[in-house]
Every structure is written in C-alpha cells, then in structure tokens.
Design a protein around this ligand. Sequence first.
Ligand code: ATP
Ligand code: MG
Length: 375
Amino acid sequence: MTWVQAIPILKKLEESGHSAYVVGGAVRDFLLQRPITDVDVASSAAADEVRRIFPKTVQMNNNHETVLLFHNGIQAEVTTLRGRELKEDLQHRDLTINALAMDVHGELIDPTGGQVDLEQGLLRAYDPARSFADDPLRLLRVARFHSELGFAVDPLLKREMTQFAETIATVAKERVVKELWQLLAGSGVQGALSLLCETGVGLYLPGLRLGDVELKKLQTIPSVHWESECRSWAELLVSLRSADALSELPLANKTKQVGQQIWRMYQHRMRAALDDGSLYENGLEVAVLTEEIRKDRGLQALRAADVKAQFDSLPITRRSELAISGKDLLNACQDQPGPWLAEALAFAEYAVVTRQLENKRELLLKAALKEVGRH
Ligand code: ATP
Ligand code: MG
C-alpha cells in the first residue's frame, strides 16, 4: 500500500469543498520508501460531514474528531482540523519527521523541516518541551523510532526527555504497550534501551519498571527486526529471566501465556534437546518461536521445518486425539468423578505422547485405571 491509494479520498473531500491531506507516518514512510499499513488524513471537514460523504465509516470511540473509513479498498483515519490551519496541526505533532503532509497533487507540506531531518536521520521536535507537555507518550515514541529507524536523537530533544522523564508515568498502559513492543522489535533496540536508561524514562514506565539492572538484562535482546508482537514480549521475559514481568501490562491472556511458555521452554532447552513431551505440551507455535529466539541469540537451534516435522510425527498432537475420554473412564469403572479422573487422563496422555503405550482404547483404559487404583 502507498499513500497514492488515498488520493481518491482526498479528491472526494475536496469535491465537497474541504481541504484534505495525507499526514504523518504514511508520508514519512513514503519518503523513506518503507511499506505503509495505514493512512492518516487531515481535513477541514467535520466528523459528521466525513460520515455523510463516505458510506462506509466507523466512529472511533476514543476520539470524536477521528473517523475510520473504507474507500476503494483502503482504510484511512480522517481527523478534522477543527478550524486549525494544517501548518498549525503539523507543528503540534510529535517529531518533525511525522509532521509532514502531502496534498492531492503529491506536493509536500513541511513546516518544521522534517524532510531534511529524514535525509539526515535525525529525530527532532519542533518545540520539545511543549511537545512532551502536550502528550508524555511521545517520550517513548522517540525511543521507539530510534529503534525502528536507527535515527540519531537531537541533543535538545534528549535533554527535554530527561526533564520530562517522570511524566511517562501518567500515560495509559494500553498506549505504552503499543510503542514498547515495537521498540523491542526494532533493529536499533539496544540504542533505544540505552536512551531509556540515560534519560530515566525507563524508571517511570507504567506497569513495567525498567531500572538500570533490567535495562542491562534487556541488552541481550538481538538487533533483529520482527513483525510479531508475541515475539517481542517473549524476548522481554527471556531477557529479564522472569515469568511474570508482564503481569501488570494490559495484554491478551493468550499473549502472556505464550510468553511464559516460551520462557519455560527456553530454560528447558538450555539443558536438553527438544523432546516430544515438551513439544506436545507447548505446541508448535511456541516451539518454533523458542527456536527462533535461540538462533538469534547465537545458540544452536532447530529450523522451523524440522520442528514441524517432529510435531507432525507425534503420536497425538492434542488431548482430543487420545483414544479415551473422561467419559470412557467413568463408564468403565462406574465410579464418581474426582481428581483421579484428571490424573488417569494425564497418565494416558503422557504415556501415549512418550510412546510408552499405543493410542488404543482398551489398552489405555486398563492401564490408566490401574495407575489410579481403580480396576
Ligand atoms: P506507525 O504507523 O509506523 O506505527 P506512525 O507515525 O504512523 O507510525 P501512528 O500511531 O500511526 O504512528 O500515528 C500517525 C501519526 O499521528 C504520526 O505520524 C504522528 O504525526 C501523529 N501522532 C501519533 N501519535 C502521536 C502522539 N502521541 N503525539 C503526537 N502526534 C502523534
Ligand atoms: Mg501509522
């Protein structure tokens, strides 16, 4: 996707008598020749006006000035300028490289010198103190772009980061999480972590205190870019050598669970080869990610294809493939359900996965009931 695909949206807004520009990240990434995933549009049209012009819209519930719309197969967020000049809007953005706009003819609007900063690889703010006072999340965004783009940080910006470090504590955890995983996934992660350390911002992150000790541990995160959010959180747990560092962060339970499983599997793999029991218990996704993490940390690791082949050759890959169920066990011994049932099933499951018993109904029933003393 490129910003060009947003031109029909700009045209439609202009035809209705409004000004409209592509702004922010999409312009930056176009000039950097990086792929873009979303387009932001700034327009003089009010939100209800935008909804009137475009049939397919979704109102963003967190922001009444922004409308998400679908047009010509692309998705765009349209934000109203509310009577402000475009130039003023751009001056209120976080960094000069994000304060760029493009009109329908592809003409660049650059009131803060963002294009030169892009060429020189510099992270700079138009008015750093006001920028951080307006929205302290920008403290973390500086570090995120430092990691993602490898750009240098303007000394003045860095000085203000130090001044404002504590204010990051007031930002909603949900917003922090989005920037943080991208920071961890960038190829300049080490520099970004140093920046959090030098400016003190790491100390005040809501839900995850990153002091000198933690930031030093995190330096083991490899300088490799990845797209997966899960991978970022798992890298964090592995580096911090902790199973519960994510507990206070607002992440999906599945993400936290996968992170913990990877950390446990990683520890297990420090001592042993990949065994069927652990592969079955943790599943293919966790095993593949664990091997990737090992590889990027310079450890001997299995290729994804080999992990998959081993997984596919497991006698069973999930409990539902076991030849007996809890019901079968109950019927066979006419007893009341109780903890023994789970124990018997776990026994059968383990015996089949580790190839000590074949996955055959009669055989398993007998062995499992015997194991828990019920014949
Ligand atoms: P990416 O989409 O690659 O993660 P982005 O720069 O597009 O990066 P978004 O969060 O999509 O980031 O925001 C789009 C644009 O909105 C930014 O380029 C920037 O101009 C502006 N923006 C976003 N967040 C902030 C913020 N906290 N403070 C000021 N401006 C912001
Ligand atoms: Mg964006």
